[in-house]
Design a protein around this ligand. Structure first.
Ligand SMILES: Nc1ncnc2c1ncn2[C@@H]1O[C@H](COP(=O)(O)OP(=O)(O)O)[C@@H](O)[C@H]1O
Ligand SMILES: [Mg+2]
Length: 227
């Protein structure tokens, strides 16, 4: 079953003569086990598409389904609940809780959901190890490098075992040799738990882990011509 379906999605910001059409006639299906690389110039609508797919924004028109769940007409409150349950976001701007350690940042979402069991702690420690962060587990974000902070954000996104992983230009996570390992971790998550992922990146080292490439120009999606 498809994990993400965008059907004829349109998104406009503002109104009247200041209206901006950020997405138009956007139709995209990302299956379970599938990683799509979304590429396009700045301002083409990439972040808007991820925000709609992950329930941060509602579309102006069209339909959005994640794991069979139709989120198109969800209220703000329903979308918040949906995101916590099903979506792992990694944004370019990493928003870690500054007064919590790396490990505690991974445990924030499970704790909000009332989970304090051993399995949650084990998952956090396993993800930290796979992300090369075991030694940094008890450090505060301010004492971590940019790449380390971004890896913590990836760990946090994977903690709740999302149905959909959305990654928006995580450049500094790949500054290090660990970059490949981080992508491999996402690949393993996607294949072992039948997750769908959309990754916005211009970095070929990252894009080559994707199964398919989709281009976006001026809010319109295009499948690239076969090579
Ligand atoms: N909150 C907003 N209000 C008004 N216009 C916006 C807003 N967010 C994005 N836009 C506009 O929508 C278009 C697509 O933006 P965005 O999705 O951020 O593109 P990308 O991520 O590809 O750079 C751009 O023209 C941008 O200026
Ligand atoms: Mg963007």
């Amino acid at each position: 079953m498809a994990s993400l379906e965008l059907i004829d999605v349109r998104k406009t910001y503002g109104s009247g003569h200041t209206e901006v059409v950020a997405l138009d006639h956007a139709t995209l299906t990302v299956g379970d086990d599938e990683i799509v690389a979304l590429v396009g110039p700045s301002g083409s609508g990439k972040t808007t598409l991820l925000s709609i797919a992950g329930g941060l924004l509602s579309p102006t028109s069209g339909q959005v389904r994640v794991g069979g769940e139709d989120i198109t007409r969800y209220t703000n409150r329903q979308r918040t609940r949906f995101r916590r349950r099903r979506v792992g976001f990694v944004f370019q701007q990493v928003n870690l809780v500054p007064f919590l350690t790396a490990r505690e940042n991974l445990l924030v979402m499970p704790r909000i959901a009332g989970r304090r069991d051993r399995a949650v702690l084990e998952r956090a420690d396993r993800l930290l190890a796979e992300l090369g962060l075991t030694e940094q587990a008890h450090q505060l974000p301010a004492t971590l490098s940019g790449g380390e902070r971004q890896r913590v954000a990836i760990g946090r996104a994977l903690m709740n075992e999302p149905a959909l992983i959305l990654v928006d230009e995580p450049t500094s996570a790949l500054d290090t040799r660990l970059g490949e390992q981080v992508m491999q971790l996402i690949v393993d998550e996607v294949t072992s738990r039948h997750t769908a992922a959309v990754i916005v990146t211009h970095d070929p080292r990252m894009a080559r882990f994707a199964h398919r490439r989709v281009e976006i120009v001026d809010g319109h999606l295009h499948a690239p011509a076969p090579a």
